[in-house]
Design a protein around this ligand. Structure first.
Ligand code: HAM
Length: 414
């Protein structure tokens, strides 16, 4: 029996990864332009971290956490997202009073039912701005989101924004929702009753028909959030309206419990049911909930698998690629030396030394199939004349004989 990979945890092969590298490079350039620094945290954390941050009412903690006991009988979990770990790391380093602009990337794990765009191991690139109060930082974060969508060439996306108020307005609204639904509990699905008891806001994005009907007469969030919050939402929507397709969506509450203030998601119709490829918001209370000092926090994460599926064409690789073809086994040792000298002369060129004894014809076929631009050929004829054959693999197909010195000069200036 052959062993298979786990469900929802795909392998990524070199051909897939070309797009990934391009995506990662573009993201890193954007972070440099915004002076955002990288942070790396472990993939495993204590389960309590996610219980206390992502929240007991979220599906992630209830059903999706990969948790197990380690050899010391302590409950540990594979991280389902990155924000909780970043906050934990900053608290641990006692840096809550400082300002940070951070990015991270890596695999995340959620035990969800796999489907198109939904995996059990997936990858996020995330950003966290820490220590910045509500105001300017919201504008910079949204500007970064728009810049990223632009640079990745993703068209037809919509940025949905909403405001969840501050701690007090959120609590008041949640209380009003609970009071409103109390006489109607018998009409609610048990999932929604659970939501109502744990995080009532999540009832707003219920998919149940009966709940949706009741919600039409439910209290409105807008009546609970302050004028300042409403103004921020309106102003952000107006400010960016000529740069992207931006909508205020009052049912946007997000699946994680820690948000207060601005929340947002970027969706694309082309993704199908799992339509969000970026999501985030403000979560000013998390540091204190995790035992740290009070610290403002705002951020987002991009789902890389979903973005990859939206990215249009593969850009051609700008590096030139040369095949080093050696036909006779007796010249093998010479190849290693030549390959070493060529790489020393010009490291910006990809030199693929074909370590094989197959015929010249089949090695040339391989060079064409792997998109090499040129080939350097060493066969018996070349050995006899102490020359090298330089072959252009484009349509032109020119070919010339070069001395070692001429080859080095040409390669250096390629
Ligand atoms: P999230 O909305 O749970 O937010 O995830 C962010 C993105 O990760 C989603 O928009 C989606 O593209 C991708 N994603 C989530 N689950 C899966 C899955 N099972 N398969 C494939 N892609 C998935 C967060 O994780 C927050 N930590 C974002 C944040 C950072 N908020 C503030 N700072």
């Amino acid at each position: 029996m052959k062993i298979q990979s786990l469900r929802g945890m795909p392998d990524l092969f070199p051909d897939d990864l070309k797009k990934w590298h391009m995506l990662e490079k573009k993201l890193y350039q954007a972070f440099d332009a915004f002076n955002i620094q990288e942070i790396r945290t472990p993939i495993l954390e204590s389960t309590e971290l996610f219980d206390r941050s992502v929240g007991n009412s979220s599906d992630i903690v209830n059903k999706e956490l990969y948790s197990f006991l380690d050899r010391n009988q302590e409950s540990i979990s594979l991280r389902p997202e990155g924000s909780a770990s970043v906050i934990r790391a900053i608290i641990q380093k006692k840096q809550e009073h400082e300002k940070h602009k951070l990015w991270y990337q890596g695999p995340m794990f959620r035990y969800e039912r796999p489907q198109k765009g939904r995996f059990r191991q997936f990858h996020q690139v995330g950003i966290e701005y820490l220590g910045y109060e509500e105001g300017l930082s919201e504008y910079e974060i949204i500007a970064l989101v728009i810049k990223i969508i632009d640079r990745l060439g993703i068209s037809g996306s919509t940025l949905k924004i909403n405001h969840l108020g501050d701690k007090v307005s959120k609590e008041n609204f949640c209380q009003a929702l609970q009071n409103f639904f109390k006489p109607h509990l018998s009409k609610l699905h048990k999932k929604d009753i659970f939501r109502l008891n744990t995080n009532p806001l999540r009832i707003l994005d219920s998919k149940e028909n009966s709940t949706q009907v009741l919600l039409k007469d439910a209290p409105n969030f807008e009546d609970f959030i302050s004028d300042k919050s409403k103004a921020l939402l309106q102003h952000i929507s107006q400010h960016f309206s000529d740069q992207c397709n931006i909508n205020i969506d009052s049912s946007l509450v997000r699946g994680l419990d820690y948000y207060t203030g601005l929340v947002f998601e970027v969706v694309s119709d082309e993704l199908g049911a799992q339509d969000a490829f970026l999501g985030g918001g403000r979560y000013d209370n998390l540091s204190e909930e995790l035992g740290g000092k009070s610290m403002h926090a705002l951020g987002f994460a991009i789902g890389l698998e979903r973005v990859i599926s939206l990215m249009q064409s593969e850009e051609s690789n700008l590096r030139k690629k040369v095949a080093l073809i050696i036909v006779d086994e007796q010249d093998h040792e010479k190849t290693y030396k030549i390959a070493h000298d060529l790489r020393a002369a010009n490291f910006d060129i990809t030199l693929d030394a074909f370590l094989s004894n197959s015929s010249l014809k089949s090695q040339l076929r391989r060079a064409n199939n792997t998109q090499c631009d040129f080939a350097i050929i060493i066969g018996s004829q070349e050995r006899d004349t102490d020359q090298f054959t330089w072959k252009d693999l484009s349509e032109k197909g020119d070919q010339k004989s070069l001395s070692f010195q001429e080859l080095m000069t040409l390669y250096k200036n390629l």
